[in-house]
Design a protein. Sequence first.
Length: 199
Amino acid sequence: MPRVLTEADVAGFRERLCEAAETLFAEKGPEAVTMRQLAAALGVSPMTPYRYFKDKDDILAAVRANGFERFAEALETAFASSDDAVAKSRAVGAAYHRFAFDHPQTYKLMFDLNQPNQAEYPALVAAAGRARATMTQHVKALFDAGVLSGDLEQIGMMFWSSAHGAVVLELAGKLPPGASEVLVSQFNVTLLRGLGARA
């Protein structure tokens, strides 16, 4: 008779499975990974993952949701590190870069992958929404402090796309090591100056 699983058992296995999946997805691409491979990575039977997740897409959504939550926490911590709007913006830019390079596999799954059925996973939608809000929260603080003015949404996208572009180029080996960190900092200063702010 199979052992009755506690909530802690379920949560623990789901976490281990997501950790294994994150590595395999990033190394091979989600389309090349099977449930059998995920089970083998954990040393369990091929059917075991189905006790915890509906299918591979379900696992991928959980992995990505967890990544977005961790990313949002990192940016929120950076945002809270200062009362000055410009300092907040710099701290968020640095935290963005640090997260991407501390967790490159997670970052790749979060931003370089689109799940066409994402709406079927409310936890993923919520986590992605939280992360997106934290990416532009520092820009709103600059507006609230009178440092910037204009189209908040558009300027927020400018900060985000410049940071993401530099990070992805370095992760892909198109920029030398450390170059994106310098670029992200310079982008932020240039955007602030170009938009008439004190930098």
